[in-house]
Design a protein around this ligand. Structure first.
Ligand code: HEC
Length: 166
């Protein structure tokens, strides 16, 4: 009897009773399957963990790649929005500094978001339109109404590029 238990044949009983008729030694496999399942679960857990870490790393790298263009665009948005508000309601007060930022950072778009080599012509044209509009706004500071109109042209250049490239 002990010998049978040792060989796992006691557990073998019900398997045969169900008429599965597995060959001898099958029970030992069945018993051995428990640790196997455990190992499978552990490997699966490790797999999920490693997968998650890789996904996070990839997301971080991709995020960093877009960090500068996104930050640049957000600064442009804030400065353009404030400048247009000032042009409408505040006699363009404080726009000198905002326009200096718009001109200099607007000129960095092609560097922040490279588009082909040589640069995509349409993309370069939008950068140029924005640049011309912000320079016109800066240089026409004496006439607030004209400055507001130039800022509207600048906003249109932003939108044109976003329509095609964003
Ligand atoms: C020549 C093309 C071009 C011009 C001009 C341009 N943009 Fe963009 N903008 C883009 C592209 C491309 C993206 C997407 C960048 C990314 O996700 O990496 C973008 C994204 C943005 C975003 C979203 C940033 C984010 O957090 O995801 C804002 C806001 C924005 N632009 C504002 C502006 C404003 C305001 C102007 C004008 C002053 C402007 N853009 C001019 C091409 C342009």
């Amino acid at each position: 009897m002990e010998a049978l238990v040792d060989r796992g044949e006691i557990v073998d009983g019900p398997v045969h009773a169900r008429g599965l008729g597995k060959p001898q030694g099958y029970t030992a496999d069945l018993v051995a399957k428990e640790p196997l399942r455990m190992r499978f679960a552990i490997v699966l857990a490790i797999g999920i963990l490693v997968g998650a870490i890789c996904a996070m790393t990839a997301a971080t790298i991709l995020g960093q790649r877009h960090a500068y263009p996104k930050a640049l665009m957000r600064v442009l948005k804030t400065q353009l929005g404030d400048a247009r508000t000032a042009a409408l309601d505040a006699g363009c007060a404080g726009n000198e500094r905002r326009l200096a930022i718009l001109v200099s950072l607007g000129g960095d778009i092609a560097h922040a978001i490279p588009h082909g080599d040589p640069p995509d012509r349409v993309f370069a044209r939008y950068v140029d339109e924005l640049q011309q509009a912000t320079i016109a706004a800066r240089d026409g500071a004496a006439d607030c109404k004209a400055q507001g109109e130039a800022l509207t042209r600048a906003a249109n250049a932003c939108e044109s590029c976003h329509r095609d490239y964003r």
